[in-house]
Write a protein that binds this ligand. Structure first.
Ligand SMILES: NC(=O)c1ccc[n+]([C@@H]2O[C@H](COP(=O)([O-])OP(=O)(O)OC[C@H]3O[C@@H](n4cnc5c(N)ncnc54)[C@H](O)[C@@H]3O)[C@@H](O)[C@H]2O)c1
Length: 383
């Protein structure tokens, strides 16, 4: 793969993870410039991570040497800026959520098609070592036919650590747009598309206290509900129970477990890139019927850790999706976050909210193929 010049638009919290990880692990991506509506923020990122040029928003859009712009602005600006990036003739990689509704997502993808440009989108965590390993173990039939998934994203919001928490409670964010993309993209990439969604929602707190940043000590009133519980039917027939919350201080629920006809696969957290899958096979359970030895009973009690099949760059990492996009551009292939995949994940997010708001089951109108898996043994920096 040839080197590809990348620009970062929006130089806040997550830009540091992108800049650091791309520099350290994805050397074929060259971060050539960064820009932010606040030029000091861009200068700070540039000096911290050795990014050669600090540009204005207009300058980065119109810079002839940049191939891909990574849109790391807050969610409420994604659609407008993603369209500006494409209208300026640049390939786009957008942070999540790609858009808050199917119509907006479609309009961005249609623009890209019209301009002959490529689009990729976060979350890219499903491309990382842990979830790609899970994908291989599922495809190798280690747990037989999956019939049930439980995914539980239980946190207490961002106001204890993020300096600008208000954006996370706007209509364009909330736990569904902010966190569900990790879980939905993991589920769709591992088990295929969703058929229908039934969801309920509520608020754990009407008013939230801001603990850090310029608004420390102030309060904020969420525009969205902050706890969602959804049950989804996949087209494969499997059932998914997804809980996404900004209201839970601590929980013992598993973050991600897949149950199949021959066993259970458990994974630490789809929000992270690393994490060893663990398996519990049916034989561990049934063996004790025939063999009641201490050894058999011991074996029946716990999950077995499986190897990760790829280099685990870091537990919390970003950038592999941008690498996939650059490789897709060079080879003229579809990025793993294909247009159909992006539309399907966007519709699922919108569908959860619509189902909860309207108190009815939401029937999905889009579908997609599972993205191509990455070959085990692929070197770091290749895809
Ligand atoms: N913070 C995280 O841990 C995290 C993790 C994964 C994904 N994300 C996603 O990344 C995106 C950015 O999140 P963040 O936490 O880095 O936000 P942030 O508020 O820390 O940073 C956003 C930056 O964008 C700039 N900006 C705002 N409007 C702009 C505009 N019109 N043009 C150019 N720059 C503009 C702001 O000045 C700010 O520097 C969001 O979509 C979020 O969902 C964040």
């Amino acid at each position: 793969m040839k080197n590809c010049k990348v620009g970062i638009l929006g130089t806040g919290v997550i830009s540091r993870t992108y800049a650091g990880d791309i520099k350290q692990f994805y050397k074929k991506l060259e971060i050539d410039a960064c820009a932010d509506i606040n030029k000091d923020a861009a200068s700070k990122l540039s000096s911290e991570y050795g990014i050669p040029r600090v540009l204005s928003v207009d300058e980065i859009l119109n810079d002839p040497s940049i191939d891909i712009i990574i849109n790391l602005t807050p969610p409420q600006f994604h659609v407008e800026l993603s369209k500006k990036i494409l209208n300026a003739g640049k390939h786009l990689f957008s942070e999540k959520p790609f858009a808050a509704n199917l119509e907006d997502a479609r309009s961005i993808l249609e623009l890209a098609k019209e301009k002959n440009l490529f689009v990729g989108c976060a979350p890219d965590t499903f491309l990382s070592s842990g979830l790609q390993s899970v994908r291989h173990y599922l495809d190798d039939n280690l747990i037989g036919k999956p019939f049930f998934v439980t995914a539980n994203m239980t946190t207490f919001g961002v106001e204890t650590w993020h300096r600008n928490p208000r954006a996370f409670y706007m209509k364009t964010a909330g736990p569904i747009y902010d966190m569900a993309p990790y879980y939905i993209s993991a589920i769709v990439s591992l088990l295929g598309p969703i058929d229908s969604i039934t969801a309920l929602s509520c608020k754990g707190q009407e008013v939230r206290h801001i603990y850090v940043g310029p608004d420390e000590g102030k309060e904020l009133v969420p525009e969205t509900d902050t706890h969602y519980s959804a049950v989804m039917r996949l087209k494969s027939g499997a059932v998914v129970n997804l809980n996404v919350s900004f209201d839970i201080y601590r929980s013992n629920l598993p973050m991600f477990e897949i149950y199949g006809s021959d066993g259970t696969l458990t994974y630490p957290d789809p929000n992270f890139g690393g994490g060893s899958p663990k398996i519990y096979r049916k034989e561990q359970f049934t063996d004790t019927v025939y063999n009641k030895s201490e050894d058999a009973v011991k074996r029946s009690e716990s999950f077995v850790t499986l190897p990760e099949l790829f280099p685990r760059v870091k537990d919390y990492s970003r950038g592999i999706g941008v690498l996939d996009l650059a490789d897709a551009i060079e080879k003229g292939r579809t990025p793993r976050t294909s247009g159909d995949f992006i539309l399907h994940v966007t519709e699922a997010l919108e569908g959860i909210i619509k189902s909860a708001d309207n108190n009815e089951t939401y029937k999905m109108t889009t579908t997609c193929e599972r993205p191509e898996p990455i070959k085990p043994g692929t070197d770091l920096g290749e895809i």
